[in-house]
Ligand binder design. Structure first.
Ligand SMILES: O=C(O)[C@H](O)[C@@H](O)[C@H](O)[C@H](O)CS(=O)(=O)O
Length: 289
């Protein structure tokens, strides 16, 4: 396996939600705190951006090549990279303390996204599910919703609460969208990184970006750490599989959390890094409406 290299030197405040478009070989990602959605065309190396007026936490592509995205004020759709936003679900939570953070679609095209409750004095972070105009709260017991991912057969849903250093598993019924039997999948010791964004490969392994842990870990479905990969930044935030054969692992990173002294060691923090793996990732499901 090759070392991790910088694929996009974005210098982002908080790069997150890398998402591979297999149809166009484009890597999309956000800079949450700069209110930006980026598109990196891997064929031309062109990087384009769209600026919004609030934090964009995460997004999924749609079946008709549009976007559904979760912001601070709610969930919106847009038909292409530059199209105007159409409200899908407006926040019922307190926007002064809460915003959407991590999310993705399940295999039936339902969009799920969890919220980040910044005061961290109550477990107000919730996991929402959106489909055909309706919304459902699947869980409400987190500080920072993160690490949402699904097993290849959709029978297991993963969901992390970053500041509490834990990743949960749920049983997931892809036909009904119901999640049940919440249990701890893995807990990480304090002081050496905490589970941020994640992806599951085609073999069912859970790849987790360890925020403040300077690495990505590959974890078996049974919860055994199989591999660790160092990241040239202290704060990896999320991973995504992509590339011509879906075996490239992209890793987004946060720049703003580094000190000026740390940035001398990690000058490309805030970038998107990449490493070739010996497994294939799942193609991301698209929002069905
Ligand atoms: O990258 C993310 O998912 C969050 O937006 C980050 O801010 C990060 O996960 C969060 O800050 C971690 S924690 O809440 O400080 O533990």
């Amino acid at each position: 396996m090759t070392d991790m290299h910088c694929a996009v030197d974005a210098q982002a405040k908080l790069a997150e939600c890398p998402r591979w478009d297999e149809r166009t070989q484009t890597l999309y990602f956000v800079d949450i705190d700069a209110f930006i959605l980026y598109a990196y065309d891997t064929k031309s190396n062109a990087l384009t951006k769209r600026e919004f007026t609030e934090e964009i936490g995460c997004f999924s592509l749609t079946e008709d090549d549009g976007f559904i995205a979760a912001f601070r004020s709610g969930v919106y759709t847009f038909t292409d990279f530059t199209a105007e936003l159409t409200p899908y679900w407006l926040a019922t939570y307190d926007q002064k303390t809460t915003r959407f953070n991590d999310g993705r679609c399940d295999a039936k095209g339902r969009f799920l996204s969890g919220t980040m409750y910044s005061p961290k004095d109550a477990f107000n972070g919730a996991l929402y599910q959106f489909s055909h105009g309706s919304s459902t709260v699947l869980d409400q017991a987190a500080w920072t919703s993160n690490g949402l991912a699904f097993s290849p057969d959709s029978s297991v849903m993963y969901y992390s609460d970053t500041p509490n250093h834990v990743v949960y598993q749920f049983d997931y019924d892809i036909n009904t969208g119901q999640a049940s039997n919440k249990r701890v999948f893995i807990e990480f010791p304090r002081g050496n990184g905490r589970p941020d964004g994640a992806a599951v490969d085609c073999e069912g392994n859970y790849w987790s970006a360890l925020y403040q842990g300077q690495r990505v870990v590959k974890i078996s479905p049974a919860g055994e750490i199989l591999e660790e990969h160092a990241v040239p930044a202290l704060y990896p935030t999320m991973v995504a599989f992509g590339g011509p054969d879906m075996s490239t692992l992209f890793v987004s990173t946060c720049r703003a959390a580094h000190s000026e002294e740390e940035l001398k060691t990690y000058p490309q923090a805030g970038g998107i890094f990449a490493i070739e793996t010996n497994v294939k990732g799942q193609i991301e499901p698209r929002f069905a409406g």
